[in-house]
Design a binder for this molecule. Sequence first.
Ligand code: SF4
Length: 488
Amino acid sequence: MNYTLIGHDLIHAAEEMLFQLLPAALLRRQEDDGTDDFCCSALTERDGVMTVQTETRLAGVTRTSTRTAESTGLDEMARKRALSEIVKLGIYDTVAPGLQTPPDWGALTGVRPAKLVRSLLHRGMTRGQVAEQFRDRYFVSPARTALAVRCAAYAEQALDGLGEDEVSLYLGIPFCPSRCAYCSFVSSSIEKSAGLIEPYVDALCADVQGTGALLREMGKKVTSIYIGGGTPTTLSADQLARLMDVTAKAMDFSALREYTVEAGRPDTITPEKLHAIRAGGADRVSINPQTMNDEVLARIGRRHSADDVVRAYEQARSAGFRVINMDTIAGLDGDTPESFAETITKLIALDPENITVHTLAIKRGADLSDRAGNAAQHDAVRQMLDFAMEHLPRAGYGPYYLYRQKFSAGGFENVGWCKPDTESFYNIAMMEEIQTILSCGAGGVSKRVDRDTGRITRFTPPKYPREYLEAGERIQAGKRRLLRESED
Ligand code: SF4
């Protein structure tokens, strides 16, 4: 599709909405040459009112829309936000009627729908008014609205009793036994980088000690810890024990609510490692099948079977974890609604406290054939998510956190489901941005959240393990600046 913008330059807003609606289209900012679908978004502004007129030709049918917003009294940021919204709504008005099935999230873009719910509630709306706004302004389906409202309630609950002097902690292990076909994380396979692991653990322990010293100096306690990756269980039992021991000694755990280690791939899990993780203080572990179909597992490059998942799960159960989470992905190559339903049914039968349902995200940067294939999968993915949404609640799970991925085809969501009182604080804190999270390890972004203003500030260390090994002091200085700024 070709598109032009007149009177404004909100390329990001226009492309985000177009991509959500037409994930397989190649978007080009150029004049109409009559050969392709075409969209024009034009802004005029008079007497403190912005008017966006949109005209779209899709499959030979032309539709128009006029949207307005007040601009009087708005600062630059607020004006841009209001304009961005009417640009997106104009595109939605003119494209959605030409689609067989409009997206479930309607005209709502953005990664954190539950955060939007909370912000509307804080502005004085009732839950009913928020639901009306989701339906009437953004055309969000009732099921997605209910999801967002429910997750917002969990975030408010997580804030209960949360001290200003508390932070959460993330430790990153960017190694995996092999690369999964769909992976978008920075992670090296151990076949290529086995020699890096020991020096990396040394550097990570030093990072944890430096971060712990900084937190103690500032009187900060740790609310939750998440050791993620990559696959943390690519480390040996001894390396895991050492890292967790260093962490326990470096930090003030007097406010600790939860400690998670992502065990990830079942082909890395052993009773010794689970024992080390449990003895190190973790009470939550994540064992991630992604699918319980052996053919799909082979296709996506996971070197384990569904039986390995069951074995790892039973070992984790015997090790005595309070909460076990299991991750799945809807839309994997070769998966079908039927086999996805079997995966969910098998996981429900295992009875973990948490089940997380992700959607495979094909990003805007992916090549066109991948995007077309993914777009063709939309209906299948919708059926998969519908199955999860129907059957998980029947088995006693409720949705507790939610996020969408920017510029991902179809704009579906990832949802964490939990049995009562087993929600993960860390996942809520991370996705709802209710608390500062400090990261240790390569690529882990530290994020300071100002709870009064909502302002977010970030510090990003080197992405790759080799650069990280050389960056020691720079990383500590960056985190010190990030935390100290809040006191200036
Ligand atoms: S286990 Fe996770 S982080 Fe590792 S390659 Fe697979 S998807 Fe990526």
